[in-house]
Design a protein around this ligand. Structure first.
Ligand code: FAD
Length: 426
């Protein structure tokens, strides 16, 4: 059954959703994509553009998962710095991973323009900020490594960080002009519309309950029909269930949450991120924020490990924002919501090919707006041209995390520990 969109600012402000009726009856297709977030929709769009008969099967509606609830920060790169990526994967694959992830925001902003998606996208930069002197060296190293590769990042001292954020909390910053922001649910719906226009069929309210090999095809069972597909792509990220044995146990689903204000008075909005960069802090617990085009502040961070639907549930984020900008004590906080991402233990996205006709891709570790979109053409090429096609991410076997069942307590404990360290500036 199609669950309604969880309450969020985007549920009230996004572009209307395209028609995505549930699957009705039995179909045969070349490729079935399971999951209708950015990964699935971008893959389906690029498959359909190659003339490949593609269907998307989404349990609820396109953008129902993290893709319709995230912070809207279009951030470049992977979690690890470029030198580390080349050390881990060698210079050939490593440099291709760096190029893919560094160019992922450009990919998003170009796609938005080409497909004319009205999602308030602006390439206004990503700003990382350091709160403790001990993290400055790491920030500088990140900038230096990217700039050796021509990225054009700008290091900022404390007063530079203050000019970009309107708070004295930060001791340094690193401005990355490749990044930016958008309305995530509008972008997801725009991608779905583009995929449909390219002749992919997108079915909402269609959870795949079983995937079974049947001769030379896959038989996918859903409550309202069956799809027989030559190939399948699993794009279920933090909402992965037990459809594919072991996939759910290869990562840790972690909740992140966001609170939003009403549109801020103009003078205050001009002070907090005057250039509208997307900001994220380099603390024990990452806090991220941006101002949207209407001048609302959206601040996000790790969450209690459950769905929340009201700003009062996220009082600690509101208190933190007021600590940064005391004027925010006098504005209305209108929305609060959460959603799940997939965290991997090595902090890299995971691409698996458990059968020559099956691909799975997930685990963007908080950089998924850009990365999951950019994986679309990569996955489409691999599906269309096979395992010898160029592919700019490592393809690995599914590795289950030992004691996976304990993840919820472990994440909660880690979040608490991080909050205490940040609160006491340890
Ligand atoms: C609160 C929050 C803030 C975030 N902020 C940022 C940010 O600012 N910048 C950034 O880069 N990233 C951010 N992220 C992460 C980013 O949103 C994700 O990495 C990205 O959206 C992943 O897209 P996806 O398509 O892989 O997964 P999702 O968008 O989660 O889509 C997976 C879909 O699979 C469907 N599904 C699952 N099982 C089945 C099944 N059996 N059958 C059919 N359908 C199924 C689900 O219904 C879901 O819609 C944030 C995430 C959250 C939750």
């Amino acid at each position: 059954m199609r669950a309604p969109l969880p309450p969020s600012l985007y549920a009230e402000t996004a572009l209307p959703a395209p028609e995505t009726p549930a699957l009705d009856g039995d179909r045969r297709v070349s490729v079935a994509v399971i999951g209708g977030g950015y990964t699935g929709l971008s893959t389906a769009l690029h498959l359909a553009e190659r003339g490949i008969d593609t269907v998307v099967l989404e349990a609820h509606e396109p953008g129902w998962g993290a893709s319709g609830r995230n912070g809207g920060q279009v951030n470049p790169g992977l979690k690890h710095d470029p030198d580390r990526i080349e050390k881990d994967f060698g210079t050939d694959l490593g440099s291709r991973m760096i190029a893919l992830s560094g160019g992922a925001p450009d990919f998003v902003f170009t796609l938005v323009r080409q497909q004319q998606i009205a999602c308030e996208a602006i390439q206004s930069g990503t700003l990382r900020v350091a709160m403790e002197p001990r993290t400055i060296a790491g920030l500088r190293a990140t900038g230096e490594q990217w700039n050796r590769r021509g990225a054009g990042l700008v290091p900022l001292r404390d007063e530079g960080a203050e000019a970009f954020t309107g708070t004295r909390r930060y001791v340094a910053g690193l401005l990355d002009p490749r990044g930016g922001q958008l309305n995530p649910l509008s972008y997801a719906r725009g991608l779905a519309r583009a995929a449909i226009a390219a002749d992919a069929r997108v079915h909402g309210g269609t959870r795949v309950t079983r995937a079974q090999r049947d001769g030379t095809t896959w038989r996918l069972d859903t409550p309202t029909g069956t799809v027989r597909a030559e190939k399948i792509v699993l794009a279920t990220n933090g909402y992965t269930d037990d459809l594919w044995t072991g996939l759910r146990r290869g990562h840790v689903p972690v909740y992140s949450a966001i609170v939003a204000t009403e549109p801020l008075p103009e003078a205050l909005a001009r002070r907090i991120t005057p250039h509208r960069a997307s900001v994220y802090e380099m603390g024990e617990i990452t806090v991220y924020y941006r101002l949207d085009q209407q001048g609302r502040l959206l601040m996000g961070g790790r969450s209690v490990q459950r769905e929340v639907g009201r700003p009062e549930d996220l009082r600690y984020l509101i208190d933190y924002a007021i600590e940064l900008w005391p004027e925010l004590a006098r504005v209305g906080w209108t929305h609060g919501w959460s959603g799940q991402i997939a965290a991997t233990t090595d902090h890299y996205p995971h691409v698996h090919e458990p059968h020559e006709t099956v691909l799975a891709c997930l685990g963007y570790n908080g950089r998924g707006v850009a990365m999951s979109s950019a994986m679309g053409p990569e996955l489409a090429r691999r599906v269309a041209e096979g395992p010898t096609a160029r592919f700019d991410m490592p393809v690995t076997g599914i590795r289950e995390i030992p004691f996976h069942g304990l993840w919820r307590q472990a994440v909660q404990a880690r979040v608490l520990y991080g909050r205490i360290r940040d609160a006491f500036r340890l």
